[in-house]
Design a protein around this ligand. Structure first.
Ligand code: SAM
Length: 284
């Protein structure tokens, strides 16, 4: 009799408050044969807290491809494996995507064990529209790249979200203020679920001032949420010809590229074509 393959469990862990670990996450981490972790020392402390002892192997951005192949071999041998990152949900600005893809492509089971995620936690308390949103991950590191990136994001008609670190939060907001309208509403969600949790909803201008003037507002981990751009009523017309070009391009390239090319080909307005592209994707 051949041994059935093991399953890969993608397990979310807390983003600060240890009370946010789920019962199912604890049970899974106890039951699997092996835990693949971004930082094994960090995860050891987490496991100790929940009384879990299990074998650990490291899977981080520098060894992902090699480690993923080794883990797939182990799954094929029948071992079940849990994937965890340092905080929150793996793959969300964290390692794990190559492993999950490899395992799915091999036809084996990938089981999500949901839990904390800074992005969703921040959105749930932000008070900005969330029926549609764009997650942009970490903003670029250099000021010029950030400004270019924000100029593009500024046109998004839906809420957009970035992750940011304490080192760059002020520079990031200043660059945002250089290219976005200063009255745009933004939410700064800092140290979520932790002792100094702060969630401020204000204008971009006030946010720069607040973070610039208060040293504590530059400490910890950040999610920044920006309201979408409001489209003028008089501009809300996309011609059938533009829609046709856009729909052809959307079949061949990612949304941003398709919109950029459609603007170039048809001379249409970028934010209108962007919204039309989002509508088309939703309608699929
Ligand atoms: N996978 C994680 C998740 O599910 O949210 C995120 C990992 S990413 C490497 C780390 C970034 O997420 C931080 O730099 C910060 O931007 C954001 N983050 C994580 N924990 C946070 C918290 N407690 N409060 C605010 N932002 C947090």
């Amino acid at each position: 009799m051949t041994t059935p393959p093991g399953k890969l469990y993608v397990v979310a862990t807390p983003i600060g408050n240890l009370g946010d670990m789920t019962f199912r996450a604890v049970a899974t981490l106890k039951e699997v044969g092996l835990i693949a972790a971004e930082d094994t020392r960090h995860v050891k402390m987490l496991l100790q807290h929940y009384g879990i002892s299990n074998k650990l192997v490291s899977l981080h951005q520098h060894n992902e491809d090699k480690a993923s192949q080794m883990l797939l071999d182990k799954l094929r041998e029948g071992l079940s494996i849990a994937l965890v990152s340092d905080a929150g949900t793996p793959l969300l600005s964290d390692p794990g995507m190559p492993l999950v893809k490899l395992v799915k492509d091999a036809g084996l089971d990938v089981v999500p064990i949901p839990g904390a995620c800074a992005l969703i936690t921040a959105l749930s308390a932000a008070g900005l529209p969330v029926s549609q949103f764009t997650f942009e991950g970490f903003a670029p590191r250099t000021s010029s790249a950030r400004k270019a990136f924000f100029s593009e994001s500024a046109l998004s008609p839906v809420t957009w979200v970035i992750y940011e670190s304490s080192h760059r939060i002020l520079a990031c907001l200043q660059d945002m203020a250089a290219v976005l309208p200063l009255d745009r509403e933004i939410v700064i969600a800092r140290e979520l679920t932790k002792l100094h949790e702060t969630i401020v909803k204000t204008t971009l201008a006030n946010a720069v001032e607040l973070v610039g003037n208060d040293e504590n507002m530059r400490k910890g981990e950040f999610v920044v949420i920006v309201d979408g751009a409001v489209l003028e009523k008089t501009e809300q017309e996309v011609t059938p010809e533009q829609l046709k070009v856009l729909s052809i391009l959307l079949k061949e390239c990612p949304l941003k590229t398709a919109v950029a090319l459609a603007v170039e080909i048809t001379g249409g307005r970028k934010k209108l074509l962007y919204q039309a592209a989002l509508d088309m994707q939703d309608a699929e």
